[in-house]
Design a protein around this ligand. Structure first.
Ligand code: 5GP
Length: 346
């Protein structure tokens, strides 16, 4: 047994210190990024925020709505082949939408069938598992990179620099970072495993950038300020689940509770998700996610304006004319933990 004594931080442990700036208005801030991916060689231009591949978040309706604003979506893994083929052929979708899959044989076979039918229309692929430290995951990444050299591959999840490096050397363009911080995740409680998310971002970004790779901070953002901290810590992309749930574009059912319209949201390792997609929780494992009811929030357009406005504001406070400059201009100050009310809830 070993104990690491280094300081590790979450979003709630810091604030961004204001700096002198010549910016006059938030409208002067450009929050788009441009990247050339290390392995695929493809170019990306857009606002580097991605809707998570979770039920009621990574829907085709969400992908269409976000693509209009140059944001991306990782599609649900459970769409059938015909839906995926039709969707990836829609205009404006292929550069913005990640095809998502796990590492099972069936996942790979379905991906190959869709890819063979739509060809280059699937440019972005997200392979994610709860624990990106397994040999089977790394072997899968190697296989996928060999069979599909032109795809831009995002994969995870991991939380440490050495595993980030291994994935990038193994063919990953964007390493997905985060174990345990998600709004409906219970891994920290059920398994005692995790890593404070801001430190994971800082350490993994440093490792990735040294090799020409990128990272996507996944999980734990509960307000626009958390996205600013993630980008300030070095994240190239940020993935959102809970902050984008509860909207018209989520294709969820509504539940009336005491006269208030609520919408369900749950973790993809929750009992609810496993009952829906895997015929129940297997007898050797426990659920590592929970189900909640969120207030209905109307169109995602309103929430987007708050999120993008918050990031622009952070850039203005530190004098970053472009999102790319935010991390160079960021000094975090440690604070005693702030309360973390869920964004959008009253
Ligand atoms: P959020 O933005 O809601 O805080 O976090 C979204 C992320 O939580 C997802 O992208 C995914 O990585 C993670 N996640 C989703 N469902 C579950 C779950 O049931 N268990 C765990 N451990 N993580 C989950």
């Amino acid at each position: 047994m070993r104990i690491e004594e280094d300081l590790k931080l979450d979003f709630t442990d810091v604030l961004i210190r204001p700096k002198r700036s010549t910016l006059i208005s938030r409208s002067e801030v450009d929050i788009r990024r441009e990247f050339t991916f290390h392995h695929s060689g493809r170019k990306y231009s857009g606002i580097p925020i991605i809707a998570a591949n979770m039920d009621y978040v990574g829907t085709v309706e969400m992908a269409r709505a976000l693509a209009k604003h140059q944001l991306s979506t990782a599609l649900l893994k459970h769409y059938d082949e015909e839906t995926l083929v039709a969707f990836f052929q829609e205009q404006g979708i292929s550069q913005r939408t990640f095809y998502s899959m796990g590492i099972a044989k069936d996942d790979y076979a379905k991906f190959c069938r869709v890819f063979d039918r739509v060809g280059d229309a699937v440019e972005l692929v997200c392979v994610d598992v709860a624990n990106g430290y397994t040999k089977s995951f790394v072997d899968f990444i190697h296989k996928l990179r060999n069979t599909h050299p032109k795809i831009t591959l995002m994969a995870g999840n991991v939380v440490t620099g050495e595993m980030t490096e291994e994935l990038i050397l193994g063919g990953v363009d964007i390493v997905k970072v985060g174990i345990g911080p998600g709004s409906v995740c219970t891994t920290r409680k059920m398994a005692g495993v995790g890593y404070p998310q801001l430190s994971a971002i800082i350490e993994c970004a440093d490792a990735a950038h040294g090799l020409g790779g990128l990272i996507c901070a996944d999980g734990g953002c509960t307000s626009p300020g958390d996205l600013a901290k993630a980008f300030g810590g070095g994240a190239d992309f940020v993935m959102l689940g809970g902050m984008l749930a509860g909207h018209d574009e989520c294709s969820s059912e509504f539940i009336e509770k005491n006269g208030v319209r609520k919408v369900p949201f749950y973790g993809m390792s929750s009992r609810t998700a496993m009952d829906k997609h895997a015929g129940g929780v297997a007898n050797y494992r426990a659920s590592e996610g929970k189900a909640v009811l969120l207030d209905y929030r109307g169109s995602v357009e309103n929430t987007l304006q708050d999120i993008l406005g918050g990031i622009r504001s952070a850039c203005t406070y530190v004098g970053a004319r472009r999102l790319k400059e935010l991390s160079k201009r960021t000094t975090f100050i440690r604070v005693s933990r702030q309360t973390n009310d869920v964004f959008g809830d009253s």
